[in-house]
Unconditional design. Structure first.
Length: 117
């Protein structure tokens, strides 16, 4: 499975952005997709994840109530709607995929999100 992430950009505090992660390849093997982020000098931080089937989602404490993860199975795409953005949300956002039978994640390239105060 290959991942392509896009949708980042520059936005003012309080604004919104939507990130997109498109999967290709053996998508039938997908168990879950999600997002991490990493700001300069910080460790990679969990943002959100969604099961490829069913309705289960999971969010990091820093984004609960502001970010929403969703998916479109027909398009093999996962979305991260980010509302009420704060300067501390500034980071490179990476999408990842977990596959059945694999113990490690596959990562896409990052997309930069910058929130100005």
């Amino acid at each position: 499975v290959q991942l392509q992430a896009f949708g980042g950009g520059l936005v003012q505090a309080g604004g919104s952005l939507r990130l997109v992660c498109a999967a290709s390849g053996l998508t039938s093997s997908i168990f879950a997709l999600g997002w991490f982020r990493q700001a300069p000098g910080n460790e990679r931080e969990f943002v959100a994840a969604i099961r490829w089937s069913g309705v289960s989602t999971l969010y990091g404490d820093a984004v609960k109530g502001r970010f929403t993860i969703s998916r479109d199975n027909a398009k093999n795409t996962v979305y991260l709607q980010m509302n009420s953005l704060k300067p501390e949300d500034t980071a490179v956002y990476y999408c990842y995929v977990l596959r059945w039978g694999r113990s490690t994640a596959t990562w896409g390239q990052g997309t930069q999100v910058t929130v100005s105060s």
